[in-house]
Design a protein around this ligand. Sequence first.
Ligand SMILES: [Ca+2]
Ligand SMILES: [Ca+2]
Length: 249
Amino acid sequence: MKSLKCFAAAGIAVLFAAGSAQAAIVNPSFETPGLAGWSTVGMAVAADGTIGVSPTDGTFQALLIAGAGSVSPAVIESAVGLFPGDLASLNSLFGLAAPFEGSAIYQTFTAAAGDSVTVDLDFLTNELLGGIDVAYALLTDSGGFFAGFASFGMSGGAPVPSGFTAHSGYSTNGSVTLAAGTYTLSFIALDGVDDAADAGMLIDNIVYTPAAPPPPPAVPEPGSMALALVGLAGLGLRRLRQRRQPIAS
Ligand SMILES: [Ca+2]
Ligand SMILES: [Ca+2]
């Protein structure tokens, strides 16, 4: 694993820290049918609000299920640009056992320095005790792990998404400021320990913000100086008029 910058050792970890080519995320709100622009391993579909939780943007959101049809952690690691064992290492940061299986969606893009990204996530699980399953949003570059967000809390209220007994509720995570380079953004739902109770995650409203252009130099321009002169002239005229105003009697 390259580094662990920006991972905070908390139940809900802080995402991402410091990385422009496919200079945007394709289908960032999952409104284009079939999860267009995203590669998948395991079980991933687009879902509307009929599952019990409304998308945070538009009509559709992505739903990952770590259960039937899932793949091994090794398959996910290979797909999203992690090294073998990285998911177990990430889990260990949060006191979680090595994952058993999972599902993921991911895509690769090129960033300019200063670009940033936020993601909306809702972690889903059928575990009664929690702390076994986990959902990750990760950015990996050519060196492996770059930054990420982990969620395994179950603080979300009703309604619970159909097929699950608990969830974290949607939250917006980030913002990660990128260095120039090529990244893979991945979302990974992992079943911990075994496949006895499914895990999952909802993803929506990925907001990719290009770096702001640098501010213009603060040098007075001829146009603004002319305006200043006009303003002074106007002030003088106003004073003259004030002097000439007849005094009411
Ligand atoms: Ca959406
Ligand atoms: Ca589980």
